[in-house]
Design a protein around this ligand. Structure first.
Ligand SMILES: NC(=O)c1ccc[n+]([C@@H]2O[C@H](COP(=O)([O-])OP(=O)(O)OC[C@H]3O[C@@H](n4cnc5c(N)ncnc54)[C@H](OP(=O)(O)O)[C@@H]3O)[C@@H](O)[C@H]2O)c1
Length: 458
């Protein structure tokens, strides 16, 4: 059991916002449940599929996030960290109904005691909770039942004192990007999609040197993340041509019209067939399907793919079938200044962009909901917040990941977009290992990445 969040810590009150971030198991449920508590990973897949539908499994806690010291608004010294009790350090993380009743309502959050992490200089920032419904069930079961399960997780988030709830992976698309959720006084929601779009746009700039040209195809262009990426590309283009791909033609045409108006110099076209991606040099995948959509036959020789999807919508076989194609996992940020206790499925020091947006809204006290289609103005607001919290990370994972393995960005060192280079963050095993790989003379992408992919599948 994870007792860290119950640790009696210091007595001083705080008004900082605690967040909760919702995730769910992907198509294969057992391995993801095994991240919550290892024995759960041994339950047969069929049993999980049945149990999730027929047994009232409560939301589970996957991870707890701690941040160093107090947020800037609490630097007045009224918290006495010397009383911190770190006796629960090292405990594990399964925690079905593990809720402190004294924190039963969000209004009480303002007066609850500060909680410290296993490292007593870190205080509680938030929780990652698992909605116990697999990706396939999320999309296939009746929406009412699915939303009921998500609301149960939000109930638990409230009991844990969260005042902002992030909707991770498919919990956003199945709730109409949060718009179909029950409003709750004192709790705001975010899809995390605006910061995801912002990082995606930045990643496209960084991938350009590895591409043959500047033709970008966005698959899932009309979605919440996709439409924000497209609007950012209209404003700050990566190349001269843009192909927008989704299934519903009317929404595509409306978006294309908006882009033409914003930037008449861009060559914009639309398509409802993934085959249109074959003309592109860089393909961004922003669909919300349960498994692979993008396959080898959809890609031109030497194409670069940026795949933000969770669960992954690009075919794993690309790693073996297409050594000429570079696939980069998008929507992953460095947060090496934070302490994350629990296995969120990424190397230490990294987090998904949607989790980062939830944290940034909590840390920077950004008010209101960020639901519905991701908004460019909100994305830019988050860029400012990310700069303010750059000491904790909140920039593109560097090196990038390809099928979960580190690969350097083309050109090596990051050109931080607005001159605000992040300050160095706490090093860990992952960043030390990757720094070594990026010494001068290291081959740049795509050669290096392809070599690494070759190693990965060998
Ligand atoms: N890495 C991160 O931190 C992060 C953060 C946020 C989101 N994400 C991921 O990003 C993806 C998009 O999220 P979202 O909230 O923007 O989803 P969304 O609003 O549901 O949008 C999905 C888009 O994909 C299109 N689409 C869906 N199925 C398709 C198919 N079979 N063929 C072609 N197009 C298809 C949809 O349009 P049509 O219905 O017209 O086809 C729409 O344009 C999800 O996988 C999500 O998990 C990742």
């Amino acid at each position: 059991m994870d007792h860290a969040a119950l640790t009696p810590a210091v007595s001083a009150p705080t008004t900082d916002r605690t967040f909760a971030f919702l995730v769910h198991p992907r198509a294969a449920v057992a391995p993801d449940m095994g991240r919550v508590w290892r024995p759960l990973g041994h339950v047969p897949e069929g049993t999980w599929q049945w149990a999730m539908r027929h047994v009232p499994i409560p939301p589970l806690r996957l991870a707890t996030v701690y941040r160093p010291g107090l947020p800037p608004s609490h630097d007045t010294g009224h918290a006495d960290l010397s009383h911190a009790d770190s006796s629960h350090a090292g405990s594990s993380h399964v925690d079905p109904g593990d809720v402190d009743p004294s924190r039963a309502h969000p209004e009480q959050a303002a007066n609850r005691p500060l909680e410290v992490g296993p490292d007593p200089t870190h205080t509680l920032a938030g929780h990652v909770l698992v909605v116990p419904v697999g990706a396939k069930q999320l999309l296939a079961e009746p929406r009412r039942w699915v939303r009921g399960k998500i609301e149960e997780a939000i109930d638990q988030a409230e009991r844990l004192g969260a005042s902002i709830v992030g909707l991770g992976a498919l919990t956003a698309p199945v709730t109409g990007a949060g718009r179909l959720l029950r409003p709750r006084p004192g709790v705001s929601f975010t899809t995390g999609n605006a910061y995801t779009a912002l990082l995606t746009h930045e990643a496209l700039h960084r991938l350009l040197p590895a591409a043959r040209g500047g033709h970008v195809a966005v698959i899932g262009a009309t979605g919440s993340v996709g439409s924000c990426v497209v609007r950012l590309l209209a404003d700050e283009p990566v190349g001269g041509d843009l192909t927008l791909i989704a299934r519903e033609p009317r929404r595509l045409e409306t978006l294309a019209g908006e882009v033409r108006e914003l930037n008449p110099a861009l060559g914009v076209r639309t398509a409802t067939d993934l085959a249109a991606a074959r003309d592109a040099d860089i393909v961004v995948v922003l669909t919300s399907a349960t498994d692979a959509l993008l396959r080898s036959e959809h890609l031109a020789p030497g194409a670069v793919v940026l795949d933000d999807t969770q669960p992954r919508n690009t075919d794993l076989a690309l790693a073996t079938e297409r050594p000429d194609v570079l696939v980069v996992d998008g929507g992953v940020a460095n947060v090496s200044g934070l302490e994350i206790h629990g296995d969120i499925g990424l190397p230490r020091g990294l987090a998904y962009a949607c989790l980062c947006e939830t944290m940034l809204m909590a840390f920077d006290e950004i008010p209101g909901d960020a639901t519905g289609p991701a908004d460019v103005a909100h994305a830019r607001r988050l860029r400012t917040a990310a700069r303010r919290f750059a000491h904790l990370g909140f920039h593109l994972a560097d090196p990038a990941l390809s099928f979960g393995r580190p690969v350097p960005w083309p050109g090596g060192v990051a050109p931080w977009p607005d001159g605000a280079a992040p300050s160095p963050t706490r090093s860990d095993a992952f960043s030390r290992a990757t720094t070594t790989r990026l010494q001068p003379g290291t081959p740049t992408l795509p050669d290096r990445a392809r070599a690494r992919l070759g190693e990965a599948v060998a």
